[in-house]
Design a protein around this ligand. Structure first.
Ligand code: HEC
Length: 155
């Protein structure tokens, strides 16, 4: 009787452990996904920032390409911010995503939506010839990145 009980307990522990491993793996995948998506966004943002600052000559074709890519990417990282994948959660990949994202999901997603709005506006402006408006809009996009990083990203 005792040994059956023991076997059951061991079985339960093994099950729980494998559930744990699976959760960890899923969270690791989500973290990898969002960090990669954010890196791709940053790559596209680079030349836009450089042109807006005057570190790089304005080139309409390049600006348009980057602005359109950024707008297309802006909605993508957020599905990787799943419960359990924040700091203190069950994962083995290190993350800068603060634990408070979980309890402020609406606010966090609101900031993600703002990025979509700002980058869509930038992509629209990039089809025109008002470079001064484009520069200002790059600033708004950058501000959108920064607001969220200040609130929800650790060092
Ligand atoms: C809604 C919030 C939010 C917005 C908007 C946002 N970020 Fe982030 N970003 C984060 C969080 C949270 C992390 C930490 C992710 C992690 O480590 O799991 C992060 C991480 C990053 C990273 C590091 C990725 C890595 O490899 O670890 C880069 C690069 C980055 N963001 C660039 C940007 C750029 C560029 C923008 C704007 C175009 C932007 N982010 C907008 C929340 C945001």
């Amino acid at each position: 009787m005792k040994s059956i009980f023991k076997m059951c307990t061991l079985g339960t522990v093994a099950l729980l452990l494998s559930a744990n491993v699976q959760a960890t793996e899923e969270n690791d995948n989500a973290i990898d996904y969002r960090q990669n998506a954010l890196s791709v966004m940053a790559w596209q943002m680079g030349p836009l920032g450089a042109m807006a600052k005057g570190d790089m000559d304005y080139n309409a074709e390049e600006f348009q390409l980057r602005a359109n890519n950024l707008a297309a990417l802006a909605g993508m990282p957020w599905e990787g911010f799943v419960e359990g994948s924040f700091r203190g959660g069950e994962h083995s990949v290190s993350t800068g995503a603060l634990a408070k994202i979980a309890t402020n999901m609406d606010d966090f997603m609101g900031m993600a939506d703002d990025l979509v709005v700002q980058t869509t506006t930038l992509a629209e402006l990039s089809n025109g010839d008002d470079f001064s408006a484009m520069r200002k809009q790059v600033g708004k996009v950058g501000q959108s990145c920064k607001s969220c990083h200040d609130a929800y990203r650790g060092d």
